[in-house]
Design a protein around this ligand. Structure first.
Ligand SMILES: CC(C)(COP(=O)(O)OP(=O)(O)OC[C@H]1O[C@@H](n2cnc3c(N)ncnc32)[C@H](O)[C@@H]1OP(=O)(O)O)[C@@H](O)C(=O)NCCC(=O)NCCS
Length: 136
């Protein structure tokens, strides 16, 4: 678990998100960083070789988001570890619903964890998304 209020954690989280969302995916910086960070539960993944390499957050609404793994570290199971940890934490918090806004390319990734797509594709930060929920 990481804490937005702790400088070291916040710096690690923002560094990963900046590289993945702002630099790689061209999400505007003022959209990427929002007020929900203050009240979210944050997760950080660390590797011995590269230091902090991935992150995710769980918002007070039960929405999991900002799932990111540095490009050169993908495909090694880090995203899955983060997702499993996020779901465990979200269930522990007993949210009425656990959901996320998946970038459409990642729908298959999230469906592996039981998330089911619902509704129409919509635009968020210039990227196609679909809402997915985790059945109770
Ligand atoms: C999505 C993301 C976090 C996955 O992280 P990762 O560390 O690569 O995930 P894993 O190594 O645990 O991958 C597990 C499986 O999901 C698959 N997968 C990962 N990302 C995928 C994607 N975008 N689309 C489809 N399948 C994907 C992998 O191929 C892997 O399959 P395999 O087990 O058959 O090899 C990472 O690709 C990422 O940071 N992408 C850029 C940011 C992003 O798009 N975030 C999602 C916002 S909704």
């Amino acid at each position: 678990m990481a804490h937005w209020q702790k400088n070291d954690d916040r710096q690690a989280l923002t560094a990963i998100r900046y590289r993945v969302f702002v630099e790689e995916q061209q999400v505007p910086e003022d959209v990427e960083m929002d007020a929900f960070d203050e009240t979210s539960v944050h997760l950080l993944a660390r590797s011995d070789e590269y230091g902090f390499i991935g992150c995710a957050r769980i918002m007070p609404s039960g929405q999991i988001g900002r799932m990111a793994v540095l490009k050169h570290c993908r495909g090694g199971g880090t995203g899955s570890l983060l997702m499993t940890a996020a779901i465990t934490e979200a269930k522990r918090q007993n949210f009425e619903a656990i959901f996320l806004h998946a970038q459409c390319h990642a729908e298959t990734f999230y469906s592996r964890f039981g998330f089911v797509a619902c509704g129409d594709v919509f635009d968020e930060a210039g990227i196609d998304h679909i809402k997915m929920t985790l059945p109770a």
